[in-house]
Design a protein around this ligand. Structure first.
Ligand code: TLP
Length: 335
């Protein structure tokens, strides 16, 4: 099967498994896992933040951040396609008791003036607007990296209004490779940044939440409360350290393959999204039926709407897989 459903489906490479096997471990709830401690230090350093916390998932990293930045009854401002609204099972309401205020974006990015206009000032009628979240790259925005100017300006507008800022950088490394702008620079205006090891970087599990030491200390307690305190997690952290050392630059290959896939689909008369990183979205007449027809031809992808498909390239997809996927589309379209 050629699995283009997500970059979450990768399995650890042989070299990554070796690194996991050799990991030195301890009980991380006691803070005694040397490999987790090293991963947290490396993550904080690369993001230009004081501290970092290793968590089981991107969802937990976002939710711990929201919990640490807000009080129940607060309002969180995000773009309308944001992951915490679409795909985190209502957790922001369940765990933090916050309102999510969705603003329409372009390719997943918000206009700073629009964020400015969303702040309604101190008024007894208004929920305290204490957090603005951005997603870089934007998943439902086509895998598009934000412009640096928009990242900086949205952060500045939020801070001027007294709100904190959080970046969901699940695919931050894709944005870094696609734009050439370093991670710590993209993240500069953001109080906290979450990034995933288990997507394009190809690790089996894990995300890092990076930010000020005092907040990360509180985040450690929230992680424990949510059942995310792991014990000999160094086996997983070792995969993450390996991924940060060996799997960042190669994301350019995934991006080139997504562009090839989009070009192939264009050649069949379809109108795919531009694929600036590792995602291709394409409109078809009947998305669920197309998913089934492609599956029958050995290609997996996700329907993300009645007529919209998402295809994602990653570590386990090579050039032949891309060519075979285009061919499967050709067959399904009766070409
Ligand atoms: N996204 C998954 C699904 O949940 C949709 C995927 O296949 O793309 N932020 C962003 C922007 C994400 O895309 C994801 C995962 C997460 C956070 C959550 O990460 P996990 O899956 O580790 O909880």
């Amino acid at each position: 099967m050629i699995d283009l459903r997500s970059d979450t489906v990768t399995r650890p490479t042989a070299a990554m498994r070796q690194a996991m096997f050799a990991a030195e471990v301890g009980d991380d709830v006691y803070g005694e896992d040397p490999t987790v401690n090293r991963l947290e230090a490396v993550a904080a350093e690369r993001l230009g933040k004081e501290a970092a916390l290793f968590l089981p998932s991107g969802t937990m990293a976002n939710q711990v951040a929201i919990r640490c930045h807000t009080q129940p009854g607060d309002e969180v401002i995000l773009e309308a396609g944001a992951h915490p609204f679409h795909y985190e099972a209502g957790a922001a309401a369940m765990i933090s008791g916050v309102l999510l205020r969705l603003l329409p974006g372009v390719d997943g990015a918000l206009d700073p003036a629009q964020v400015q206009a969303a702040f309604r000032g101190p008024d007894v009628h208004v929920a305290p607007q204490t957090l603005v979240c951005v997603e870089d790259t934007s998943n439902r925005g086509g895998g598009t990296p934000w412009s640096l100017a928009a990242l900086d300006q949205v952060a500045a507008v939020a801070h001027a209004a007294g709100a904190a800022t959080h970046m969901d950088g699940a695919r931050l490394w894709n944005a870094v490779v696609a734009t050439g702008v370093p991670a710590d620079r993209r993240a500069r205006g953001y109080d906290t940044v979450a990034f995933c090891l288990s997507k394009g970087l190809g690790a089996p599990v894990g995300s890092l939440l990076c930010g000020p030491a005092a907040l990360i200390g509180r985040a450690r307690r929230v992680r424990k409360a949510l059942g995310g305190g792991m014990r000999q997690a160094g086996f997983l952290a070792a995969a993450g350290l390996y991924a940060l050392d060996h799997h960042v630059e190669r994301l350019a290959l995934d991006h080139a393959r997504a562009a090839d896939l989009a070009a192939g689909l264009r050649g069949l008369g379809l109108a795919p999204s531009p694929a600036p990183t590792n995602m291709v979205y394409v409109e078809v007449e009947d998305a669920p039926a197309t998913v089934e027809a492609l599956r029958a031809r050995g290609v997996l992808c996700n329907a993300v709407g009645p007529s919209r498909l998402r295809l994602v390239t990653h570590l386990d997809i090579d050039d032949e897989d891309v060519a075979a996927a285009v061919d499967a589309f050709r067959q399904v379209r009766g070409g």
